[in-house]
Ligand binder design. Structure first.
Ligand SMILES: Cc1ncc(COP(=O)(O)O)c(C=O)c1O
Length: 557
């Protein structure tokens, strides 16, 4: 049930759409499962969840994705007891009420079990941190307890884009500014000039002076420190050539937090759909399911370099609408994860035109904007393309996500932003209200994303080193993209598209029938079987293609 796999057309025949993906089917199954989530009494809509046969679990098209390219280098407030408001009074009374011993009942069964937790939590599947990761951790323990018992000395984690774990060094300027901001007393010491570049010292001083508490330990505005939001907005303006406003910027704990926040704002019920690409970065289906909505998947076309074809998106939108869904937004990941394609401007224009006409919020995941390797491709933000088309805030709502995780390798710092345009002020106030539930994004992340959007410039003391370090990282990614592309293309039974951007390759496997039967006998999908064999034999942890909910486009061999 928790597993969301591509639907075989015949097997989900109860679905109104032939091409319906199981993401949608599973969510409907969930919503239709019990009395509380049952069919809508008003519309009477709802059917029994589709039956799944073992073969429905097998993707026809086998993919092992996500070989990260960085295989490079070496490898409680004290509570007032005084005059309290009603809620405190209640707790005070409760704590004074003696309970006779014999009246105490003791329920032996646990109050919460895996069966009784929120069913939405059970249904989603986040493969990058799923079964393969657990298996890799078991092997790591085995290596510790019995050294030499496995045919490799270390596990190479390619399940997530996590550059520094695979040897990518941090950028010196980033770390100098962070150190100084966290230890502002250093700024007044003579030794600082010997240890840090004048550029880092100036920047840290400016940042510290702009924080109301003059320190990095206090809560900040829920949207992030105003001066840093302004820096991010200025960086966007410089990048796009179109104005960006600090009031449209929300600093966030990475892009993931922003994406989850937006889903909370957009999704009202399971009748709200979000168009999202397949293969997908599984945060999207997980977040949509968790917030009670319905993912409306559209397929990217492998034979067209994982291109986004607008007629396919249109088809999916129309099917979803005829099934009674209100489709509210369209997710586009550019450059793509896990598929590594970079959209052309013409394609971006088509998508924007489509979203504008259909009244969809455009959710632009642009976390890989700095990771482009194809000579003939360049990153253009969706907002810039929209403004170039003459579409302003009245014409289209666009949310753009970016972070320091992929472009700068600082994934553990959790720094990111979303730029929210084309939303009314009262909607932005509500976004702010939801953001305030976590009080504020972490400060190191806020500082880092501001540095990413305003890096040292030509003439600054840190410029040369910064530029050199960035270029080395870029070249190393490119080199490894090419090496892996070549390796996959020369492997028997494997085919792979060229990588244009992002950090992943998504090769297609043509497995022999014996391997498929072996997978069947273990009750797992062939790609999961392959990923486990690969891990057991080499220590390389990858994510099975089915974890990205790839829809079958060709029969397997
Ligand atoms: C497409 C995409 N969006 C968002 C994220 C989340 O990134 P962050 O670390 O900024 O939360 C990732 C991480 O892999 C990603 O690949």
């Amino acid at each position: 049930m928790a597993c969301i796999l591509p639907a075989d057309r015949t097997k989900f025949s109860s679905c109104p759409s032939r091409d319906r993906c199981a993401v949608w089917a599973s969510v409907r199954g969930l919503h239709e499962a019990g009395p509380r989530l049952g069919p809508d009494a008003r519309t009477g809509r709802g059917r029994a969840p589709p039956k799944r046969t073992p073969s429905a679990e097998l993707p026809e098209h086998l993919l092992i994705p996500s070989l990260l390219l960085t295989l490079q280098s070496s490898r409680s407030h004290s509570r007032s007891r005084s005059r309290s408001g009603p809620s405190l009074l209640v707790s005070y009374c409760l704590s004074l009420s003696p309970v006779p011993a014999r009246a105490m009942s003791y329920n032996k069964s646990p109050s919460i079990t895996a069966e009784t937790i929120n069913p939405r939590v059970k249904i989603f599947n986040y493969a990058p941190c799923g079964e393969i990761l657990k298996h890799a951790e078991r092997l790591e323990q085995e290596m510790e307890e019995n050294p030499g018992s496995l045919p490799f000395q270390e596990i190479i984690y390619c399940n997530l884009g996590n550059p520094q774990v695979l040897g990518q060094p941090p950028l010196t300027f980033f770390r100098e500014v962070l150190s100084l901001c966290d230890n502002p007393t250093l700024l007044n010491k003579d030794e600082a000039c010997a240890l840090f570049s004048p550029c880092s010292i100036r920047r840290a001083r400016r940042i510290i002076n702009s924080i109301p508490s003059k320190d990095t330990g206090g809560y900040t505005d829920s949207r992030g420190i105003k001066s840093l939001r302004q820096v991010v907005a200025d960086g966007i303006t410089a990048r796009d050539g179109f104005p960006s406003k600090a009031d449209d910027i929300f600093l966030t704990d990475g892009a993931s937090a922003a994406i989850n926040l937006l889903m909370q704002i957009l999704i009202r019920s399971h009748e709200d759909g979000i168009l999202s690409p397949l293969p997908e970065y599984p945060l999207y289906s997980a977040s949509i399911i968790l917030h009670g909505g319905t993912m409306v998947p559209y397929n990217l076309t492998e034979d067209n370099g994982w291109g986004l074809e607008i007629f396919e998106v249109k088809r999916c939108l129309e099917e979803a609408r005829s099934a009674g869904l209100t489709v509210r937004a369209m997710v586009v990941i550019n450059p793509g994860n896990p598929t590594g394609q970079v959209l052309s401007i013409t394609n971006q224009e088509e998508i924007l035109e489509f979203c504008r006409k259909e009244g969809l919020v455009m959710l632009a995941d642009e976390v890989y904007q700095e990771n482009i390797y194809a000579e003939n491709k360049k990153f253009h933000s969706f907002k810039k393309v929209a403004r170039s088309l003459g579409y302003d805030e009245k014409d289209i709502s666009i949310v753009s996500f970016h972070s320091v995780s992929m472009s700068y390798g600082e994934s553990g710092r959790r720094g990111g932003y979303m730029e929210v345009t084309g939303f009314a002020d009262d909607v932005k106030d509500q976004i702010c209200k939801v953001a305030s539930l976590t009080i504020c994004p972490n400060i190191a992340g806020q500082i880092l994303i501001s540095l990413a959007m305003d890096p040292p410039k030509l003439g600054d003391e840190s410029f040369e080193l910064f530029d050199d370090e960035k270029e080395k990282i870029r070249l190393s990614f490119r080199k490894h993209a090419k090496t892996l592309e070549k390796a996959f293309s020369s492997m028997e039974g494997v085919s792979c598209n060229n990588l244009e951007g992002a950090l992943y390759l998504f090769p297609r496997l043509h497995l022999p029938s014996a391997a498929i039967r072996a997978a069947e006998s273990k009750g797992v999908s062939p790609d999961t079987f392959y990923a486990h064999c690969l891990l057991d034999a080499t220590g390389i942890a990858v994510v099975p293609g089915s974890g990205f909910h790839q829809v079958s486009q060709a029969p397997h061999e």
